[in-house]
Design a protein around this ligand. Structure first.
Ligand code: SF4
Length: 300
């Protein structure tokens, strides 16, 4: 089975060439209610394993064709960190894709295994999920194996961030009537503050889920995003219906000081004169452009 796919373009990670570490079937230690794959009992280990040599050969062939991409993304039908040869694979990929960023899209459980924890430190960007910081909700949404301890996982994520030289992105997926309330978001904000990620991505269900759960509307998602104050938040999909912002210099600086804004948000929410003013402030170095794991933000 082919393991390399793409490249695909995404707002979150630019142009990315994917590696599917479980191409033949779903192998995951979660069974999330929102998973776009079929519902399946969570498992601790992979039982169908792709050879490292096959992956390297496919990546090499893609590179030989001169296909352009920014990120080489470790992903899976399931949890990519369950791949038993992860360390060997990362070391080998480093040798052949020297000028590309290596990224993993993990559900976060990799931090609970000391070997995987160490392997992930070798990557450029790591994305972990955290759908709830409240145990009961976490198990209801992610249906994780019972030996996965949420509190310990959050602690280990925080420890990972202190050792990691790359960018750590945290992702929250919001499910209607499960984690779409203030109590959940206050708990998430507190947990995320201890982790101190580079960026937080917030989204809701946008593909048919494996269990009968529903998404929330974009306005509610935007309101909930305001409760996350510990790091810049990126909403990958947002319907910009509100009136455009008309800011003077003081207001603009205060706005971008309180909360860094993504380039996409600024494009859609600033009126023309605010955008011109922003460019002037960038020239004067009063506003900085920061690249947070592939997404551009403005910060005063
Ligand atoms: S962690 Fe990902 S692959 Fe695993 S069940 Fe959840 S959504 Fe599906």
């Amino acid at each position: 089975m082919k393991v390399v796919f793409g490249p695909v373009s995404s707002r979150r990670f630019g142009r990315s060439l994917g590696i599917d570490l479980s191409p033949s079937k779903k192998q995951c230690n979660f069974d999330c209610v929102y998973c776009e794959l079929e519902a399946k009992k969570a498992q601790e280990k992979q039982d169908e394993i792709v050879e490292v040599a096959q992956i390297i050969s496919e990546v090499q062939m893609t590179m030989d064709k001169g296909i352009e991409f920014d990120f080489l993304t470790l992903t899976a039908n399931g949890e990519p960190s369950l791949y038993p040869h992860l360390d060997e694979l990362i070391n080998s990929l480093r040798q052949i894709v020297k000028n590309k960023k290596l990224l993993i899209l993990s559900n976060g459980t990799a931090v609970l295994d000391q070997n995987k924890f160490q392997s992930l430190l070798k990557l450029d960007v790591v994305k972990f999920s955290l759908d709830s910081a409240i145990s009961k909700t976490f198990y209801r949404i992610d249906r994780a194996l019972k030996n996965i301890n949420l509190e310990l996982m959050i602690q280990k994520m925080a420890e990972f961030k202190t050792k990691f030289q790359g960018d750590l992105v945290m992702e929250i997926l919001v499910v209607k009537d499960l984690n779409d309330n203030e109590e959940e978001f206050i708990a998430l904000n507190n947990a995320l503050a201890t982790i101190s990620p580079t960026r937080i991505d917030l989204s809701t269900i946008d593909r048919p889920p494996s269990y009968p759960v529903k998404s929330i509307d974009e306005e509610k998602l935007y309101e909930l995003s305001k409760l996350i104050t510990c790091a810049p938040v990126f909403l990958a999909k947002r319907n910009y219906k509100e009136q455009k912002l008309d800011l003077n210099k003081e207001e603009l600086l205060k706005f971008l000081h309180l909360r860094a804004q993504s380039q996409i948000d600024v494009e859609h929410t600033f009126n023309e004169s605010s955008k011109i003013l922003l460019q002037e402030l960038i020239q004067k170095n009063e506003v900085k452009i920061i690249d947070l794991a592939g997404v551009r933000f403005y910060k005063a």
